[in-house]
Design a protein around this ligand. Structure first.
Ligand SMILES: [Zn+2]
Length: 460
């Protein structure tokens, strides 16, 4: 019953007649930021009053809300079971946003309601992540209406702690493997490589933050009387860091480098032109790992950054040798990097180079790097589906440069991950004036309706 084009026509109608806008606007109006403890009731309200009832009404799902196993927002699992022999798809989204930053939005804009200006739909969560999961739920509903069934089993997971580092998600997934088991994750977050180019990514880089600290003595000492006689922690620290990464941002310590880039990854990256959107900084070709393309540097290599550093008081310098120096550093790394070896290797390297006065310590938990292999059958299926809908070759990104909790799905739950993002790099996610692009939202609805339609034909 029904056909693929019919499902796509249904989401186009929903976009064009304003029904999609209305659904998304109701979600934006719920001030569900996870970064302000006093808004915690809004996280629960988002799931209880909006997402749960919507999935029940539009997709015939049963649903349940679970408390977070650690101190963070609740999680929702919904399910529609159509048959034991059918494939099962897990769809994930996050209902929380970063804080509204209400005072900082441009005149005429506000975070907690959509304002449309030309192609731009402004509002907190339009890009990250309410707009994206609203597209996926609308596409599923269109397939169900057109076909009368999805043709697969559906499970939905919506968390509300993503902007706090997906607090509790790993523990929750580990404790609820039966309820979340699926053949594939199909989810949406993050940017397309270009706003008008449908994109699939398969995982993300990870990150680990650490501090390097020298505490030499209690107070500062006059640089005239003591310079040349006692060590300067700031001088030691910058020299030590320059043995880890050089003046062109190139890693110097082999342990910090990833495995060589595979030919399959090189080929996928060679096809991409990454557009940061208006106002994006200019890429500096001399910066970063030698012999790699810019795409390879950001999507397939590791980087060490200094995020912040302090010694003395730069706002009011005095003629004294500072007693201490501290830098907070970050390594972004691709899947396959032995990131648990980074910090011990750095400490050992510093000692071996005479910097045994430096203490290296983690400053927060690391985010693992994982990705689904390029030759997984779901990758070709998804690429073929997007190409069929749009008539163009979609971009395939092995890993997102930023970090998402992909390891929960690949490692904890053990399934391939297909991410189909519906935003773009210029969306001001996490900043004032966050927005989605109308044409990208409409395109996202079309490719997801086509993709879910095609998944429903697999066992026929
Ligand atoms: Zn975010």
């Amino acid at each position: 019953m029904g056909d693929r084009n019919g499902a796509i026509a249904r989401v186009e109608d929903a976009f064009d007649n304003g029904a999609f806008f209305d659904v998304l606007n109701e979600r934006i109006k719920i001030e569900s930021t996870s970064q302000e403890p006093e808004r915690a009731p809004e996280l629960a309200r988002y799931l209880h009053e909006n997402i749960g009832p919507a999935l029940e009404a539009e997709l015939g799902c049963t649903w349940k809300i679970f408390p977070n196993p650690v101190d963070a927002g609740p999680l929702l699992i919904a399910e529609r079971h159509e048959g034991d022999s059918l494939p099962t798809v897990l769809v994930y989204g996050h209902g929380d946003t970063v804080r509204g930053q209400d005072e900082s939005w441009r005149d005429g804009l506000k975070p907690w309601e959509i304002t449309v200006e030309g192609d731009r739909w402004y509002g907190r969560g339009t890009a990250d992540n309410k707009g994206q999961h609203t597209i996926n739920f609308a596409a599923l509903a269109a397939v169900l209406q057109e076909r009368g069934s999805l043709g697969f089993n559906l499970r939905v997971l919506v968390e509300t702690g993503e902007e706090m580092g997906s607090k509790g998600l790993r523990e929750f997934a580990a404790a609820n493997k039966d309820k979340l088991r699926a053949d594939v994750l199909i989810a949406s977050d993050g940017p397309r490589v270009q706003a008008d180019r449908p994109t699939i990514f398969l995982g993300s880089r990870g990150n680990t933050n650490f501090s390097l600290t020298i505490n030499a003595r209690d107070g500062g000492h006059h640089s005239g009387n003591w310079g040349g006689l006692i060590s300067n922690p700031a001088v030691q620290l910058v020299n030590a860091i320059s043995t880890l990464v050089d003046g062109k941002g190139r890693l110097l310590l082999d342990t910090l480098k990833p495995q060589p880039i595979s030919n399959a990854v090189r080929a996928a990256l060679a096809d991409l032109e990454v557009d940061g959107g208006p106002g994006a900084p200019v890429i500096e070709p001399e910066w970063g790992a030698a012999g790699l393309t810019p795409n390879e540097r950001v999507f397939a290599w590791n980087t060490l950054e200094i995020l912040a550093m302090e010694s003395g008081n730069p706002a009011a310098p005095v003629n004294a040798i500072p007693p201490s120096a501290m830098a907070v550093c970050q390594i972004r790394f691709v899947a396959g990097s032995d990131y648990e070896a980074f910090l011990p290797a750095i400490q050992a390297h510093l000692v071996a180079n005479g910097y045994d006065m430096i203490e290296a310590a983690p400053t927060r938990g690391a985010m693992a790097a994982t990705r689904t292999p390029l030759d997984d059958p779901w990758v070709d299926r998804a690429l073929a589906s997007l190409a069929k809908t749009t008539g163009e070759k979609p971009a395939l990104l092995p890993s997102l440069g930023g970090s998402i909790p992909n390891d929960v799905f690949t490692d904890t739950l053990g399934m391939p991950t297909i991410w189909v993002p519906h935003s773009y790099a210029g969306c001001s996610q996490h900043a004032p004036d966050e927005h989605a692009l109308g044409p990208t939202l409409r395109s996202g609805l079309r490719v997801m309706a086509g993709l879910f339609w095609d998944v429903g034909t697999l066992s026929r």
